[in-house]
Write a protein that binds this ligand. Structure first.
Ligand SMILES: NC(=O)c1ccc[n+]([C@@H]2O[C@H](COP(=O)([O-])OP(=O)(O)OC[C@H]3O[C@@H](n4cnc5c(N)ncnc54)[C@H](O)[C@@H]3O)[C@@H](O)[C@H]2O)c1
Ligand SMILES: O=C(O)C(=O)C[C@@H](O)[C@H](O)[C@H](O)COP(=O)(O)O
Ligand SMILES: [Zn+2]
Length: 372
């Protein structure tokens, strides 16, 4: 498929099954699909968008205004939105506007916006309908799909939240035209993660493509987005609430590959390291731990470094002490009591839980990813 056909071809509809089924639609210029996703029983819609993205949110507001009363609420940008105080501001605004259980939330923005907006929808009146319109690669392939919502606390990332599935997700790739390249590349961190935990074709594409060809309107980007969304769907339909998988598969925890160190890096850097960048570093780190545990070969670890760095992501880090990072890793949601549990690979495409990794492996692996 050529670049131009990628932006003019029919949308792809990826269906998420389960108790509350919905569609993830991938394509270009899709705002008019929103009313069909929200349905006829909705009267008012709160449009929660990342403050600086007012111009991007306008066509969404216009499409909503054809059928609903729209309450537009600009949020703090990026990670600054993921605070209980911001959720509280939204609850107050919904209360003043008289939002009822038949009203709805629509989010427009990156993963921070969909996480906060999803949490507001999950908590208002104990749950109202939400449709996500993600505007970053990362939010399209990951944050907007699967129903994890939440905010950060002083102790770390996403420590307060709820599972609340959307009624639909619109991945309009045209939004990515204005996304700064660093943000675009950061989103590829979650895509490459999906290659390692499940879809080897993602790795083959990343390993062979000219990374500059991955642009908002390229067929290759669209294929990567659709494949990564499908990986996420396949995992969440089997284990929505992360209670465990079947037949030896760790279930939803597989999507947390690289995240134990990633979240610690984000927190200790005061959120100056982007989530997708931290995930790339975290995946290389846990691959180094897995090698020490006898789960991965040196060649498989090298493949991690090569794949993430090929798309422009960082694969080394030394800006925090191991002690500081370890303290944050201990409040990772996968930990149980005093025991750290890492999501690791027992070979490419074979996620497994590594419970109680030796301190020595953790320490040595951090030395191995330190910058030269
Ligand atoms: N709930 C989940 O399952 C899940 C999954 C992965 C990540 N996350 C969360 O997602 C967040 C990261 O999301 P992100 O990487 O999208 O970052 P982000 O939401 O912080 O957005 C990054 C920046 O890009 C800007 N931006 C967004 N879209 C734009 C566009 N189209 N044009 C120009 N600028 C644009 C934003 O204004 C912001 O400044 C983290 O908080 C992470 O924890 C959640
Ligand atoms: O959807 C999931 O499950 C994930 O783990 C996807 C991650 O990429 C995402 O960053 C998620 O927000 C992390 O969740 P957390 O439970 O570790 O906070
Ligand atoms: Zn993530």
């Amino acid at each position: 498929m050529s670049s131009s056909s990628a932006s003019t071809s029919e949308p792809t509809v990826l269906h998420v099954g389960g108790a509350s089924p919905y569609d993830v639609v991938v394509g270009h210029h899709l705002a008019e699909r929103l009313p069909a996703m929200l349905g006829d029983d909705v009267t008012r819609v709160a449009l929660l968008y990342a403050g600086p993205l007012g111009a991007l949110a306008q066509p969404v507001a216009d499409a909503l205004a054809t059928k609903y009363d729209v309450l537009a609420l600009g949020l703090p940008d990026g990670e600054d939105a993921k605070h209980a105080a911001v959720a509280n501001d939204c609850w107050e605004a919904l209360g003043e506007a008289g939002f009822t259980r038949s009203d709805a939330v629509v989010t427009v923005g990156g993963g921070a916006t969909t996480d906060l907006g999803g949490f507001v929808a999950a908590s208002w009146l104990r749950g109202v309908k939400v449709v996500h319109v993600p505007t970053t690669v990362l939010a399209m392939v990951d944050a907007a799909v699967g129903g994890k919502t939440g905010v950060n606390t002083g102790a770390g990332k996403n420590l307060v939240g709820a599972f609340h599935e959307p009624a639909g997700v619109i991945c309009d790739l045209a939004f990515l035209e204005t996304l700064p390249r660093d943000e675009f590349v950061a989103g590829l961190g979650e895509v490459v993660k999906c290659g390692f935990i499940s879809d080897a074709r993602i790795l083959e594409i990343v390993e062979t493509i000219d990374p500059e060809a991955l642009t908002w309107n390229s067929a290759e980007l669209r294929e990567l987005v659709e494949r990564a969304v499908q990986v996420k769907i396949d995992v969440v339909v089997d284990d929505l609430k992360e209670t465990g998988g079947k037949d030896g598969h760790p279930g939803r925890e597989a999507l947390n590959y690289g995240h134990t160190l990633a979240h610690a890096i984000e927190k200790t850097s005061d959120y100056t390291v982007r989530h997708g960048e931290a995930v790339a570093i975290g995946c290389v780190y846990v691959a180094e731990v897995a090698r020490r545990a006898g789960l991965l070969t040196p060649e498989e670890v090298a493949r991690h470094r090569a794949a993430f760095s090929r798309v422009g992501l960082p694969v080394s880090y030394d800006a925090a002490t191991f002690q500081d990072l370890l303290a944050v890793m201990k409040v990772d949601k996968k930990a149980r009591g005093n025991q750290l549990r890492l999501l690791a690979l027992d070979g490419i495409g074979r996620p497994t839980v590594l419970a109680g990794p030796q301190d020595e492996w953790l320490r040595e692996a951090y030395s191995a990813i330190a910058k030269a």
